[in-house]
Structures are given as structure tokens and as C-alpha cells.
Design a protein around this ligand. Structure first.
Ligand code: PA5
Length: 445
């Protein structure tokens, strides 16, 4: 039922002996996730979340999702970073990247507040004209600029349209259990509120209300998501690099990094997984990119991107390795038909399915990239469904936590993201930042 790690693209790059040498350190780091003896131990709530999650709140999520389905045509999810990427990844992976265009009896879902683009917000404002909408504002800190700007605007629009009372019925807040501006506002206004536990950081929060409420509104079976995550927790909670794929993947990444493979491309062959790549990038970049260390995570969608960055992967600098997410079963397969005139020369594929062609593209690319000196790790996923989404999320979260400790960094903080914020606030003239402003403006002249 789970996922499988395959290593035929690693031959000649890493030996079994090298991997076995990592085992003691991998075991120690995995142990720290359980015992809380290492840095960031106040952010380990995600480790047991698939079994310890708040059951009462979980039922409330399901109930709220039903209510939202009945009360709006458009559901706007406001959030950025860890407060958006997981839910969007789930929606695309399990439902469809074109979910909003499908015939369905659930609301359209748009994600806003994940940029400072006035154009996007203006376009969303025009698409809700004449359509009932509701809002899920998600921010753990409650002070993040991008979602706060979007929420200010949409709250006003809700109040204009439905009155204060009606707006209250259509605003769902996901935030800190006790602290923060959004929590205070929600309590004062009486919004239905869901909690992000203190010990779960933004990028590890997809299996909390942050991800689960938008998923449930779209009709995703969140029981299956949690079951997948719980099974992964069980499967990866024991064993060594010899028999635990998650620990082995962490060891492989570390070995490759030690051989100056400084860039990992998370490759998929399904557009439905593009946003999963975005989620993975945040998870690994914010968790491991510290103290001038860490593998730089990027993502690619094949075969599309073989027609763009494929050249570099094949022939460029020897700094890359690929981790390929291969989905074995296509949900709806299309078969290629024979034509009387074989003008496009495709009759040799008559009777073959597109999934078969995609698979051959995957195999051909794997061999070509290995020949081009690019190590390849394969993760075989039986189906892109709710269960395997939960399973994969847990696989990567754990591999990321273990890998962070192997690098000797705290995988659960993100001090680096504060620098740009301070500069932006100073340049915008936020009270308290006056001293910085002049120096920054001089540098921009
Ligand atoms: O992983 C993280 O902690 C960040 O990416 C946050 O999720 C992101 O900055 C949004 O923060 P908040 O939920 O506080 O608005």
C-alpha cells in the first residue's frame, strides 16, 4: 500500500557500504525526533500527529466543511508558505490541478494572500462578483503581511455583502490556539476557529486544520489522508537504512551532498504533482538551508520540463541529483488509436495507453540522465490518491527532520526569512523600524 524506493539510478554513484556507514548517525537523528533531545524539540508535534491529532477538532473540521459546501460557490483560502502550500498540493494531487473547472457539487477553491500582487487580488475580487463566497484565513502568527492584506480586503467585502453577522458566519480562522492578532480578532468577532498547535511549525502543518479544512471542503476523504500518514509513521518508525525507505532516503541525500551534489530536483511526470513539488521545496529549503549548508531543493514537471531544463540536467554542471515521483496508475487512461493514414507516424503506438508512453518517457529519461552523470532516486507511488498523499507527506517530513539533524542544523526554525521582512517593513515606514530606513534607502540610490 505504501511507496517504494528504487535505486537502479544510483548505481555507480553510491555504494551500499557508504549508506551503511550513515546508519548510526541516521538512527541517532531519528531517535532525536522521538526523544526531543536536539534543537527545535518544541516543534515536534508533527511526529505523532497522525495518531494524536485532536479528534474533537477533526470532527468540527468535517462539520464546517459541510457547512461551507452549502453556503458558498467560491471558497477563498488565505495564507502563505506553510499556511497554503500543503492544501494546494493536496487539492491538485488528489482532486485535480483543474479542480475549479471540473463539474462538481463542491465550491471552487482559490488561494489568495500568497503574494503581494494587487493584480491577483483584483482578479479574485472580480470573480466573486455575484457569487456567494466564504473565507478561510490561515496564519499561525496572525501577523504575516501578505495574508493580512488579503484578509482585510475580503473581510470588508463580506461585511459589505452579508452584514457583520453574515460575514461572521462565512469567516473561518485557522491560527494559534491562544496567541496572535488573528486569534484575538477571531475571539472578538466570534469566527469559527481552528488551532495550529504550538509544537507544529507552518511547513509541517498540512495534516492539521491548515490543510484538512480546505481538503474537506473540496470533498477529499481526509480520513484516508490521515490513514496514509499514520501508516507511514508506523512503517518508518522502525528499522535501519537497510530496510526503512525513509531513513534510507535521508542517508542517500546526505551521501550525495557529501559528493557535492548540492541540488536536488524533485521530478514528477504528472501535472497534478507540480504543487507537491512546491510544498517539498518549502519543507526542505526552510528546514535545512542554514549555516551555509544544505541541498538546494528545486522541482520539475516532466516531460514538460524536459523541453526546457532537460538540456542542463543532461549536460550541465555535475551538481544535481534527481528524486523522481513516479505514479504507477493513471486515474483515467487514454488509448492511442490507429489512423488509416499514418501521417504523424504514430501508428506504432496504436493500442498503447498514454500512461504506457509516459512510463517509457520516464524510463528513457532515467537512463539518459544516469548516462549524463546525474544520480536518480525513484519513489514509486501506486496512485495519486488521498491515502498516498498522506503517506508521502509523512515520508518527506520525517526524511527532512532526520536530514536536518544530520546537517547539524535546527530543522524547525527559519531565522533567514526574517531578514527581508525587516527591510520591507523599514522601507514601508512601519513604526519601530525608523532607524533602519535611512540606511536602506541610501543603499538603494
Ligand atoms: O513554515 C513556516 O513557518 C512559514 O513558511 C510560515 O508558514 C509562513 O511564513 C506563514 O506564516 P503564518 O502562518 O504565521 O502566517
Amino acid at each position: 500500500m505504501g511507496i517504494r524506493l528504487k535505486e537502479n539510478g544510483l548505481q555507480g554513484f553510491i555504494t551500499e557500504e557508504e549508506l551503511q556507514k550513515q546508519n548510526a548517525q541516521v538512527q541517532q537523528c531519528a531517535g532525536w525526533l522521538e526523544s526531543g533531545e536536539a534543537a527545535g524539540n518544541d516543534f515536534l508535534g508533527w511526529v505523532d500527529l497522525p495518531v494524536t491529532y485532536d479528534k474533537e477538532e477533526y470532527q468540527r473540521i468535517k462539520k464546517a466543511a459541510k457547512k461551507i459546501q452549502g453556503q458558498c460557490d467560491v471558497f477563498l483560502v488565505i495564507g502563505i508558505g506553510g499556511s497554503y502550500l500543503g492544501a494546494k498540493a493536496a487539492l491538485d494531487f488528489i482532486q485535480s490541478p483543474i479542480y475549479n473547472n471540473l463539474k462538481k457539487d463542491t465550491p471552487d477553491i482559490y488561494f489568495v494572500g500568497n503574494s503581494i500582487s494587487s493584480r491577483v487580488l483584483a482578479e479574485v475580487m472580480s470573480l466573486i462578483e455575484g457569487r456567494d463566497f466564504a473565507v478561510n484565513v490561515i496564519s499561525k502568527s496572525g501577523t504575516t503581511t501578505e495574508p493580512a492584506i488579503a484578509f482585510r480586503l475580503l473581510k470588508k467585502e463580506l461585511e459589505r455583502r452579508y452584514g457583520k453577522e453574515g460575514a461572521r458566519e462565512r469567516i473561518y480562522a485557522t491560527t494559534d490556539r491562544v496567541r496572535g492578532t488573528l486569534k484575538k480578532l477571531s475571539d472578538r468577532e466570534g469566527y469559527e476557529t481552528f488551532a495550529i498547535a504550538d509544537d507544529i511549525g507552518g511547513r509541517y502543518s498540512v495534516l492539521t486544520a491548515v490543510g484538512l479544512l480546505p481538503m474537506a471542503v473540496s470533498g477529499i476523504d481526509i480520513d484516508q489522508v490521515m490513514r496514509g500518514a499514520a501508516d507511514a509513521r508506523e512503517a518508518y518508525g522502525k528499522g535501519t537504512v537497510a530496510d526503512n525507505d525513509c531513513l534510507r532516503y535521508a542517508a542517500i541525500r546526505h551521501c550525495l551532498m557529501n559528493k557535492r551534489r548540492d541540488v536536488e530536483i524533485l521530478v514528477n511526470y504528472e501535472p497534478a504533482l507540480v504543487m507537491f513539488g512546491e510544498w517539498y521545496k518549502q519543507l526542505f529549503a526552510e528546514s535545512q538551508g542554514k549555516d551555509k549548508k544544505g541541498i538546494f531543493p528545486v522541482s520539475a514537471n516532466f516531460s514538460t520540463d524536459l523541453h526546457s531544463i532537460g538540456q542542463y540536467i543532461q549536460d550541465g554542471a555535475d551538481i544535481l541529483f534527481e528524486t523522481v515521483l513516479w505514479v504507477e496508475q493513471s486515474r483515467k487512461d487514454i488509448f492511442i488509436e490507429e489512423e488509416a493514414e499514418d501521417e504523424d507516424g504514430l501508428n506504432f503506438l496504436a493500442g498503447k495507453s498514454m500512461q504506457y508512453v509516459n512510463h517509457k518517457a520516464f524510463q528513457g529519461t532515467l537512463l539518459a540522465h544516469v548516462d549524463g552523470n546525474v544520480p536518480n532516486v525513484i519513489l514509486e507511488i501506486p496512485q495519486a490518491d488521498a491515502y498516498h498523499f498522506g503517506y508521502l507527506v509523512y515520508f518527506f517530513e520525517k526524511a527532512c527532520g532526520v536530514g536536518g539533524y544530520m546537517l547539524n542544523v535546527n530543522p524547525f526554525d527559519q531565522p533567514g526569512v526574517e531578514s527581508y521582512k525587516k527591510n520591507m517593513f523599514a522601507l514601508l515606514g512601519k513604526p519601530g523600524y525608523e532607524e533602519m530606513k535611512e540606511g536602506l534607502e541610501r543603499r538603494l540610490l
